[in-house]
Design a protein around this ligand. Structure first.
Ligand code: SF4
Length: 241
């Protein structure tokens, strides 16, 4: 059976009207979301790069809001990478437990801070390769650090980015984060990628929610979105026999 994303991506102005390339579509989405969310930023609180590294690990399968509530206690007790790297992993786990996956997150955070101190003099590195070499840091986290901390081109493929990219029709039936990232990098101007992903989060929370019937009627993308077009067609009454 085809997934909803697969069916949705076959529909929409992109294919129906034949005038809009995926690049055109991406630019139009960027333009409209910029207008809708003029100020956008990472919703994890941080005042230092290493703290964002910790928070982004804690944010896996947890809300940013909860992470923001938990980390002040962690950073008050362990105020720098060395202190956190030297900390008893059980104590870290106890503090971060409300974020879920306590044992693995505590283990990764301690190991990551240890390597940050021993290999990078306590400074967060600014290359994808070096970031990926740190324990618990995947492409999503590395992109977030590169984009938000270092202002480098970045595409953060979190759940909102993947859902919206598929629904809108920027990618076709693609759930793999690395493949979505690669596809978006081809059609999104490098300097726009990071903020677009933040705006996907804004829009994903406010309008294009994870439910199967998001608020398309209120959406600024409804006339160019493949998923909205598909739903509209499905809602049309069938002709009487
Ligand atoms: S809310 Fe509807 S129209 Fe808007 S992006 Fe999501 S699926 Fe498309």
């Amino acid at each position: 059976m085809k997934s909803m994303y697969a069916e949705a991506s076959l529909y929409g102005p992109l294919r129906k009207n034949g005038w809009m390339t995926k690049k055109d579509l991406a630019l139009e989405v960027i333009r409209r979301l910029k207008k809708e969310y003029p100020r956008t930023e990472c919703t994890l609180d941080y005042d230092d790069a290493w703290k964002l590294l910790v928070s982004v690990r804690l944010a896996a399968q947890c809300t940013d809001e909860r992470v923001n509530r938990i980390v002040p206690g962690l950073f008050a007790r362990f105020p720098d990478p060395k202190a956190l790297g030297d900390a008893d992993v059980n104590v870290i786990e106890e503090i971060v437990r409300p974020c879920g996956l306590g044992p693995s997150k505590a283990r990764d955070i301690k190991a990551c801070m240890q390597e940050l101190v021993t290999r990078f003099d306590g400074k967060v590195p600014d290359t994808m390769e070096e970031l990926l070499s740190l324990p618990g840091v995947g492409r999503k986290s590395a992109n977030l650090i590169l984009g938000d901390v270092f202002g480098q081109p970045a595409v953060v493929t979190d759940t909102h980015c993947i859902r919206l990219s598929n629904r809108i029709g920027l990618v076709k039936d693609e759930k793999d984060p690395a493949k979505v990232e690669a596809a978006l990098r081809k059609i999104v101007p490098p300097e726009e990628g990071n903020d677009l992903c933040h705006r996907f989060v804004d829009h994903g929370r406010a309008v294009c929610t994870a439910r199967t019937d998001p608020f398309c009627d209120k959406c600024v993308l409804k006339d160019i979105c493949a998923y909205a077009g598909k739903r509209k067609t499905a809602a049309k009454p069938s002709k009487k026999a």
